[in-house]
Design a protein around this ligand. Structure first.
Ligand code: 5AD
Length: 526
């Protein structure tokens, strides 16, 4: 591939030359978590801002990027196989197509990816998303043959900020466009310092780094001014937000179980409160008014600041860590009406012995205690979680404890993962690796329990009236619309007329399917 879209040189007067051919189109396929979705959106938005178009499919794209996940081997294999297929197709019919890996597997494997698949042109690490446009320009213009950039970059946590609310849509005659989304993800931090023994994320995403509150609030405000009604704050461990940037906030003890090692988090006392908008004490929850001021953590201060934004209707966040789930965050649920009744709180195991081997930093009792308090603060709250089955050394007795935890908590939803050995993580070297067959069998047994409980919890919505935010036409059947309840359940409905994307409406639930509810707005508002 060389020089397909030249000339790309900047002119001496600083203006960019027009391309001799139409601007290239890009197709990004995303694997993995919401953080990856968000990174892909930011890269796409940066490219669109430079004049690229978004290809409707990979079959017609000039640039194909795979944004990858490394959390399990399965996710890596999926992306590798995909690239093998893409290479076979493009090299036969469209050899000029630029092919790239980005994200976690790119970071994790670097040059190795090109050694293995020499048709790949670009390998872009997790701290380099903002360089995508420059690198593609160089590759497309034929100035460089291959680019691998997986270096760390200071300040990269603040570079995931552009959004693509309008897709490819051009402005209308009056300069206005209708956003295609009324919900948006906002990345508040990057990296992770927890070093759970099973997890590759600290190695693919680097050290924990947080953006500043004003920077995040400015991005949220901008989104709201463009029609966004619901914002999800994203980070690998959002409850650690700001702790390294701002140090320990006076009065907030690190929320760890006494006697449980605090994991990878090391409070840095020389780094206290260097920024004035992190106020010791933060906003005072009403329950403490008149008493000793309770301090709030940087994350809760961020929630308070985002909550002030006029026009924003709903706030979500993912993922918190049980270790950092302090009472100030529970109080925030009681105090902030825009913070919806929904919490995704990864538990990973119901066995204290396994939690310790995983280096999670909390016990089952602490986890159950947090859920109890959350349900007391917001009885309607929807709780979801992540659980790993077949962690090294997990016995039948340990697994039974996970089953009993699932029954005790009654999750609305749980994402179950079969343990996957990740290179250079401590658990990969642990004795007593659980045979694949047992991992699969436990996965199925847990799934049965989870599904049964979730079915019951979804069924309990039948006949109830609930508020949803209308997100737009259903992907499966565009004649129908979808929305989401505050407790994060998808509701599909036949429009009664006049329901538009971005509206908050009441529907009556008429049917409960598997992780989907069906509603009727007409019954509520004839
Ligand atoms: N094997 C299986 N599941 C894993 N997860 C993270 N690392 C692994 C691994 N090595 C799961 C955890 C985490 C979710 C995003 O992925 O449950 O919360």
């Amino acid at each position: 591939m060389a020089g397909a879209f030249g000339p790309f040189q900047d002119r001496a007067d600083g203006l960019i030359c027009h391309y001799s051919r139409p601007m290239p189109s890009v197709y990004i396929k995303t694997y993995g978590c919401q953080m990856n979705e968000r990174d892909s959106e930011a890269v796409a938005a940066q490219l669109v801002a430079k004049g690229y178009t978004l290809a409707p499919s990979e079959a017609v794209a000039d640039v194909i990027l795979l944004n990858t996940c490394s959390v399990r081997d399965f996710a890596e294999q999926k992306a590798l196989n995909k690239m093998v297929n893409v290479i076979a197709e493009t090299r036969r019919n469209r050899p000029e197509t630029v092919l790239g890996f980005m994200g976690c597997m790119a970071q994790n494997r670097g040059q190795e990816l090109i050694d293995r698949l020499p048709d790949v042109d670009l390998v872009l690490g997790t701290q380099k998303f903002h360089r995508a446009a420059d690198y593609l320009d160089e590759l497309l213009a034929g100035r460089r043959e291959k680019i691998v950039d997986v270096a760390a970059e200071q300040g990269s946590e603040a570079t995931i900020r552009e959004h693509l609310l309008y897709g490819n849509a051009a402005k209308n005659g009056d300069g206005r466009r209708l956003p295609l989304q009324v919900t948006a993800f906002v990345s508040i931090m990057q990296g992770c310092n927890q070093y759970c023994t099973f997890c590759i994320v600290p190695y693919t995403r680097g050290e924990e780094r947080s953006r500043s509150i004003p920077d995040i609030v400015a991005e949220c405000r901008q989104l709201v001014s463009q029609g966004v009604k619901e914002i999800t704050l994203l980070g690998q461990i959002v409850t650690s937000y700001g702790k390294r940037r701002f140090g320990v906030v006076a009065g907030v003890p690190p929320a760890v179980e006494p006697g449980v090692p605090p994991g990878g988090w090391t409070p840095n006392s020389s780094n206290r409160l260097e920024i004035s908008y992190i106020v010791p004490g933060g906003k005072m929850p009403p329950s403490t008014a008149g008493g000793t001021p309770a301090a709030t953590s940087p994350f809760v201060q961020l929630l308070d600041a985002v909550h002030e934004i006029e026009g924003l209707e709903r706030i979500r966040f993912t993922s918190p860590h049980p270790k950092g789930y302090g009472d100030d965050l529970i109080e925030a649920y009681a105090r902030l009406p825009k913070l919806v009744e929904s919490a995704h709180l990864p538990v990973q195991s119901g066995s204290d012995r396994v939690l310790k081997l995983m280096h999670r930093g909390y016990t089952r009792a602490r986890y159950v205690g947090i859920i109890d308090k959350l349900r007391r603060a917001r009885p309607e709250i929807g709780i979801s979680t992540d659980i790993i089955v077949g962690f090294p050394g997990e016995t039948e007795d340990d697994f039974q404890r996970t089953l009993s935890l699932a029954r005790e908590i009654e999750f609305d939803q749980a994402y179950i993962f079969k343990y996957s050995q990740r290179r250079d993580t401590p658990a990969a070297e642990m004795p007593d690796q659980v045979p694949q067959k047992i991992r699969e069998e436990r996965n199925q047994r847990l799934l049965d329990v989870i599904n049964k409980i979730a079915g019951r919890r979804y069924g309990a919505f039948m006949g109830r009236q609930t508020q949803i935010l209308v997100e737009g036409p259903s992907k499966k059947n565009p004649a129908r619309m979808t929305g989401r309840t505050r407790c994060n359940k998808i509701v599909v409905f036949d429009p009664a007329g006049g329901e538009n994307r971005g509206q908050l409406i009441d529907v009556k639930i008429t049917r409960a399917g598997s992780f989907t509810l069906y509603g009727d707005p007409a019954i509520v508002s004839p």
